[in-house]
Design a binder for this molecule. Structure first.
Ligand code: URA
Length: 186
């Protein structure tokens, strides 16, 4: 199996109700040999239109964060918990997340085999932690999932709503977190 083949299969997916309203399946993209994988929640409006992850306002901020830490976007692999946009950008239902990750995300991770995964936001964190946790409480420390180091970070949409860069602010903490990731990558 390759990421290309898996992506082609995903284009025809009708395993959950999100298939009905999508424009594009947003499978994910990036370096198939990436040491760093980033996992968001699900496509927003712009991602649904373009068929690519993190290309809207959140994506632009994510690009800046990566760039500032000296991690080129093309060097990483970027995917989401669900591959189809939930209506009005609502949080994916547990059954949608379960169905989609079982079919696609787990296989993507097995093919990329990253050293580190960054779950962005609470929905992605829940998949790796197996329970609902707040990013504020668990960020800044790695935990392990299937032998892969996991470092949860705030979702860029949350950072857009909280623009302060003061010490201890979500943006400041995110800067510390991405530097820790950069330092840990070998
Ligand atoms: N937010 C996400 O969680 N994923 C995207 O791809 C875009 C915005």
């Amino acid at each position: 199996m390759t990421l290309e083949l898996l992506a082609a299969q995903a284009q025809a997916c009708t395993a959950c109700g999100l298939a009905k309203n999508r424009t594009h399946v947003v499978f994910g993209e990036g370096n198939p040999d990436a040491r760093l994988m980033i996992v968001g929640e699900g496509p927003g409006e712009e991602e649904d239109l373009q068929g690519r992850p993190f290309v809207g306002r959140s994506g632009q901020l994510l690009d800046k964060i990566l760039e500032a830490a000296g991690i080129p976007r093309r060097s990483v692999y970027i995917a989401n918990i669900v591959k189809c946009r939930p209506p009005q950008n609502r949080v994916p239902e547990p059954i949608e997340a379960k169905t989609c990750t079982s079919l696609w995300l787990i296989r993507q991770i097995q093919l990329v085999r990253p050293q580190i995964i960054i779950p962005l936001g609470a929905t992605a964190l829940e998949f790796f932690a197996g329970e609902k946790l707040s990013i504020t409480k668990v960020r800044g420390k790695f935990f392990e999932w299937q032998g892969i180091k996991i470092l949860p970070m705030f979702h860029p949409a949350y950072l857009l709503r909280n623009p302060s860069r003061a010490p201890g602010s979500p943006k400041h903490l995110t800067w510390l977190d991405i530097q820790l990731v950069k330092k840990t990558l070998d």
